[in-house]
Design a protein around this ligand. Structure first.
Ligand SMILES: [Zn+2]
Length: 454
């Protein structure tokens, strides 16, 4: 060994520190660049969850007093289903240990007529609540499920002082009317998803949720109040909600791994999501929507050409050049979506490009693109059953997870977004087939819920 290479203990320590700092720097640079690239592709939220999950790994997920208090008020774990529909009969629900149903209020604003009687839609909401109560089900009710509607249909605008006061008044009217029929109320729905929140920013949505939760707080009795979001940016929404968190009893997660994006390939991401949300909110967690498509696969080029041929076109370009000839042949639901302005466009070309890209193109061709799956779970009735069973095993590991609402009770006869009856995207989510007969997922839930106790 030469003299030049001999290092003192001090120098060795200094070198080790330098190497350590360099590694940290490169790791930091890698993460920042990686995140920036990811954000460009719209997957930043997933990475935020990954970040928080890592932090969460070092914290614990032990139940706090708030978790215990929530379970006391709700009578234990919330085992529920979304959209109970006509087949949500007492026997079908009870056999599968489904004690809760989650429904949207049909009307959340302007619930009284001028003479003080209930508006027809709110009267219908109340009778639905009474029906579920008579069936022995507990209800998680969604107030103002659609921020767009609150603004465009009823004119309630959280951005103005006058609008905020009107929202407070509407929230008070609402909670006083429903509190004897429901066990839980959710304020707004998935405000971190632009489709549901536009024209409001995430900060404005948070203010809306916060103001409503604060109003509910005084009148809610034992009803537990919360809000929800998706892995897209529930953590960001939660950060914006910090001034109002003391009025919040729970935070809801809506997740559809392997169905709407091609990134979440591993079921263990569920652990990351739960830990991330707990770490960000430190509030009892309820899985407010959770499911897996039981059908759907990519279509071949020839199959897509056959779809175009049905409409009288020989290519995508041909269809784009005659976009209104295509639109007039679409189901009325799809046409109304275009007419309502939900699909924004300023020229026929822009409309054609929008329809033949992203989500809309999948509805047009009635396909689930390749790459949309969680490893080990096919989009089949059996795959859906296995997915739900294994997911609930994960939820059960966490004391802070107070329940889950499966999306949904029954397969839809047609896709609510596009109206096609053979579109797999919004039809195969049920525990029951469209005719009311149980699917494998029903039996999976029956078993999983039976074994899920406090
Ligand atoms: Zn569809």
């Amino acid at each position: 060994m030469t003299k030049a290479k001999k290092l003192s203990a001090k120098q060795k320590a200094f070198r080790a520190v330098l190497i350590f700092l360099s590694c940290l720097f490169f790791l930091f640079a890698f993460c920042c660049t990686g995140k920036r690239i990811a954000r460009l592709y719209g997957v930043g939220g997933v990475l935020d969850f990954a970040d928080s999950a890592v932090v969460g790994l070092f914290g614990d997920c032990k139940a706090t007093d708030e978790v215990t208090a929530l379970k006391q008020k709700t009578g234990g774990i919330l085992k529920g289903v979304c959209h109970p529909a006509q087949y949500g009969t007492k026997e079908i629900l009870e056999t599968a240990h489904i004690e809760w149903v989650r429904i949207d209020a049909y009307q959340s604003f302007d619930i009284y007529e001028e003479d003080g009687s209930y508006s027809p839609l709110f009267a219908y909401t109340l009778s639905t609540l009474q029906y579920h109560q008579s069936q022995g089900s507990k209800v998680l009710l969604v107030f103002s499920a659609n921020m767009r509607e609150a603004y465009y249909q009823y004119g309630y605008d959280i951005r103005t002082e006058e609008g905020t006061k009107a929202i407070q008044k509407a929230a008070k009217d609402f909670i006083l009317e429903v509190r004897d029929y429901v066990g839980a109320v959710q304020v707004a729905n998935e405000c971190d998803v632009a489709r549901f929140s536009a024209p409001f920013t995430i900060e404005e949505c948070a203010k809306f949720i916060g103001v409503v939760m604060e109003t509910f707080y005084e009148y809610k009795k034992d009803v537990v109040i919360g809000y929800n979001g998706t892995p897209i940016n529930l953590i960001g929404l939660t950060e914006c909600l910090q001034p109002w968190m003391r009025y919040c009893d729970w935070v809801g997660i809506d997740a559809y791994l392997g169905c709407f994006e091609p990134l979440s390939k591993s079921l263990s991401l569920v652990d990351g999501i739960v830990r991330g949300v707990w770490n960000a909110a430190h509030k009892p967690v309820i899985i407010t929507e959770y499911g897996y498509m039981s059908s759907g696969e990519p279509k071949t080029k020839a199959e897509k050409e056959a779809v175009l041929k049905e409409y009288g076109f020989h290519s995508v370009q041909d269809a784009k050049n005659n976009i209104w000839k295509l639109i007039e042949q679409l189901p009325i639901t799809f046409q109304e979506r275009i007419a309502s302005g939900v699909i924004a466009y300023s020229s026929d070309k822009e409309l054609a490009d929008t329809l033949f890209s992203g989500e809309h193109e999948k509805h047009l061709f009635r396909e689930l693109e390749s790459g949309y799956y969680v490893t080990g779970y096919e989009h089949t009735p059996e795959g859906q059953a296995d997915f739900l069973r294994d997911s609930i095993e994960i939820f059960k590991k966490y004391d802070v997870v107070c329940g889950a609402f499966i999306y949904s009770m029954v397969d839809a006869a047609s896709c609510y977004y596009c109206g096609f009856d053979d579109c797999p995207l919004e039809t195969g989510w049920g525990l029951l087939n469209a005719d009311g007969t149980p699917k494998p997922s029903y039996y999976a839930i029956q078993k999983a819920f039976a074994d899920w106790n406090d």
